[in-house]
Structure formats: structure tokens, C-alpha cells
Design a binder for this molecule. Structure first.
Ligand code: MN
Length: 264
């Protein structure tokens, strides 16, 4: 049997020596963070992120700098809990307070479709795309994240390009209902994406609407939105760390997402 204190010791040494590398999968959260625009008839829009000084070292005789952060739970790089969606609202262990903390550390499968997305911003991730990835890399193991690499994070600093909206709505890549059902069959931990939300841009037109949210959260699984640096991860072999803030009854939260990868 493995001596776990020795295992932790080795782990720490491997981090210190960079044998295990840590990659930051998060964008900076601030007033420039692009905010989602909910399609008409599907609810309200969030306010922009704001940071206002309480004091700035010198103001009012203060010795410190600190700010009031105003943010939606779903802003920038953020975590979606099951309780975010009607289909997941009854899970007692499905909000930021109640999710078991050992679910915030899990292996990741990174599926790269950035070439397809470059050609077509309305790229739909299908069941067949995922099965083809599995042919090449082996099956998606139970408890793994599926991270959808699309290259979309390159657009993050230009909100117009990131949302990519016209009169028909939002044009950004994402999964169709059958792809989501396959991920649930694989018993994934959740689905992460580089786009502003986990669903396809025009997902209000699917049946059911927003199938990623509907099925994934209905199966007590998670989402991660607005990730970056997925191109730095191997297809398999990384572990990601994803604890959201422990907000009372939180439906999600901005967070720092870290990936541990073996040095090649
Ligand atoms: Mn969200």
C-alpha cells in the first residue's frame, strides 16, 4: 500500500522542481470582462464586473489598498454548479456551499477542434466528433472533465468578437444534445469551454434549449466557461483544480482554474 504522506511529499517536490507544471486556465476578472447577453425571452442580463476602491493606500488616511468587487456569479472564467439550471435545482449537494470538495480536483480530457472552429464559428461539437477523439486517444474515463479546445479564448480581449453576435444572436461553438448525452454516458465530471458559456452560441434553438446546461446539470455535473491556455494541455494526463467560491447557495462563481501537467 502506498504511504500517502510520502506521496504528498513527492508531489510537493515535483511541483517545486517543475516536474509537474502548473498552467493557469483563467482569464483576469475585471471591468473589461465580457458579459453574456442572454437571448431574448430567456431571462435577464448580468451587470458588468466592477472594482471600486474602498481605499487606495493614501485615501482617507488608510494604510491599505482594497476594493469592493461587484460581479455576477457567472462572469469571466467561472464555474457552473448543477443548481444553476432548473434541471439541477433539487440536488442537495449541487450548489457552491454543498458540493463535496473532492469533486474539485479531477483529470481532464482535452478535445481540440480549433481547426474546425477557425473555419466555422458556428461549429457544432457532435457525438461523432467525440467518438473519433476516443478512437485516437482512448475512452473518456468516468470522473474526467471534457475540455473543449476551440481557440476561442484568443477573442477574449475584444468583447464583440468574443460574443460574436448579429441579428440572429450569438455565433460561437458548442455541443449538440447527442454530444452532451454521450458525455453523461461517460459519467464525466463536467464540460469546460473557452466561450462565454458552456452551451452552443445558438443553443436556444436546440431541443431542449441549452442542452449542455439542461442535461449536464440535470445529471448533477458541472460546467466551466471562459477557459484559456487549453492548447498548453496534453489530450490526457492533466489534473485540474476548480474550487468555486463558497457563496451561500451559489449557482456558480468566478474562480482560478489550475491544471497540473506532467513535464514532457
Ligand atoms: Mn455560467
Amino acid at each position: 500500500m502506498t504511504n500517502t504522506s510520502e506521496l504528498l511529499n513527492q508531489f510537493h517536490k515535483a511541483i517545486k522542481s517543475n516536474e509537474i507544471e502548473i498552467i493557469d486556465l483563467s482569464h483576469t476578472l475585471g471591468p473589461n470582462t465580457p458579459m453574456i447577453k442572454v437571448p431574448e425571452g430567456h431571462g435577464k442580463n448580468p451587470p458588468p464586473v466592477s472594482l471600486e476602491y474602498i481605499s487606495n493606500y493614501t485615501d482617507d488616511g488608510g494604510h491599505s489598498r482594497w476594493s469592493t468587487l461587484t460581479t455576477a456569479e457567472h462572469a469571466g472564467t467561472h464555474f457552473d454548479t448543477p443548481s444553476h439550471w432548473t434541471s439541477g435545482q433539487d440536488f442537495v449537494d449541487g450548489n457552491t456551499e454543498t458540493i463535496a470538495v473532492n469533486r474539485f480536483l479531477a483529470p481532464a480530457c482535452v478535445l481540440d477542434y480549433s481547426d474546425g472552429v477557425k473555419k466555422n464559428p458556428d461549429f457544432i461539437l457532435t457525438k461523432n466528433d467525440i467518438l473519433k477523439w476516443e478512437d485516437q486517444h482512448g475512452s473518456i474515463e468516468s470522473g474526467s472533465w471534457v475540455l473543449f479546445q476551440s481557440g476561442w479564448s484568443d477573442r477574449f480581449n475584444d468583447p464583440d468578437k468574443f460574443l460574436n453576435m448579429d441579428e440572429d444572436g450569438c455565433h460561437s461553438p458548442g455541443p449538440d444534445p447527442d454530444a452532451v448525452k454521450l458525455m453523461i454516458e461517460r459519467d464525466v465530471c463536467g464540460f469546460g469551454t473557452e466561450t462565454i458559456g458552456t452551451d452552443y452560441g445558438a443553443a436556444s434553438k436546440f431541443e431542449p434549449p441549452f442542452p449542455l446546461h439542461y442535461f449536464m446539470h440535470g445529471a448533477n455535473k458541472f460546467g466551466l466557461a471562459s477557459l484559456t491556455n487549453l492548447d498548453k494541455l496534453p489530450p490526457k494526463g492533466s489534473i485540474i483544480i476548480t474550487p468555486p467560491l463558497k457563496i451561500a447557495m451559489g449557482s456558480g462563481s468566478p474562480l482560478r482554474v489550475l491544471a497540473l501537467i506532467p513535464k514532457l
